[in-house]
Design a protein around this ligand. Structure first.
Ligand SMILES: NC(=O)c1ccc[n+]([C@@H]2O[C@H](COP(=O)([O-])OP(=O)(O)OC[C@H]3O[C@@H](n4cnc5c(N)ncnc54)[C@H](OP(=O)(O)O)[C@@H]3O)[C@@H](O)[C@H]2O)c1
Length: 233
């Protein structure tokens, strides 16, 4: 208990100067996450393959939210890898290609995968998993000098950008490196109303990636927009 407390304190001590890069910050998930993170005090590099698209998104966010997003700066994806923690918010089926292309820049960084690579068949979604069993494990195999963690799979990401709306979601973080996992959970907890939970090693990432398919299927078939909330906690 004391050990966990001390670990969290030391992470809190390093969290304030943490800069976060978001690759693919022109999509709904990336732009919203960038805005939320700025709103709670993180410096954010909003990346795109094309820096002019990132500049346009940062200008749009600034028109919407003014000073609340003043910590978001545009970059190309390579430039956004200069951050300490880099979130891959690119289109799911481009996550592994993007991480492979930027493996040098991502060396030594905490890399956050949020990719749900899903195919739709009628009213059902299914996860498409690579040879290592999950996108996150595949990414860790590619990025052997990085600390890959995985999260945000079940968050209705388009809601991130509505800074005045509560997110009210439980968010599970998985990763093989404990320090990286704790850092990610602290970042998640910095966003009001999100609760962060430790989901263990990257072995369990497959559970989150496939459960995203189940949750979307439930949402379609029951015509709802359900998210994840653990009971009893
Ligand atoms: N949307 C959600 O509710 C939600 C929830 C949980 C998790 N996720 C995950 O979050 C990630 C982003 O979701 P999203 O809906 O924002 O994605 P998206 O709109 O499909 O794509 C995001 C960005 O990815 C970049 N991109 C597109 N094709 C690419 C390619 N071939 N190579 C490299 N970059 C490419 C584009 O940015 P540029 O053109 O500017 O480079 C695009 O704006 C996905 O992995 C998704 O599974 C989404």
């Amino acid at each position: 208990m004391l050990g966990e407390f001390l670990a969290l304190q030391s992470v809190r001590a390093i969290i304030s100067p943490v800069k976060i890069g978001v690759l693919g910050a022109t999509g709904p998930a990336g732009r919203g996450l960038a805005a939320r993170l700025s709103d709670v005090g993180f410096d954010v590099l909003a990346g795109s393959r094309d820096v002019s698209k990132a500049e346009a998104v940062v200008a749009e966010l600034s028109d919407m939210w003014g000073d609340r997003v003043s910590r978001v700066k545009p970059a190309d994806n390579r430039g956004a890898c200069a951050a300490d923690v880099v979130v891959l918010a690119v289109q799911a089926d481009a996550a592994l290609t993007t991480s492979r292309q930027l493996s040098e820049e991502l060396a030594g960084k905490i890399v956050v995968s949020m990719a749900n690579n899903l195919v739709r068949s009628g009213t059902e979604f299914n996860a498409v998993l690579p040879p290592h069993g999950s996108i996150a494990k595949e990414m860790q195999a590619q990025l052997w000098r990085s600390k890959v963690v995985t999260s945000f799979h079940l968050v209705p990401a388009a809601e991130f950008v509505n800074l005045d709306e509560k997110m009210e979601s439980d968010v599970v973080a998985c990763g093989d490196d404990e320090g990286a996992r704790i850092t990610l959970m602290e970042i998640i907890r910095a966003i009001p109303d999100l609760r962060a939970f430790d989901g263990g090693s990257l072995e369990n990432a497959v559970g989150m990636e496939t459960f995203a398919a189940v949750m979307l299927t439930v949402n379609i078939r029951h015509k709802v927009r359900a998210g994840l909330r653990f009971s009893g906690i």
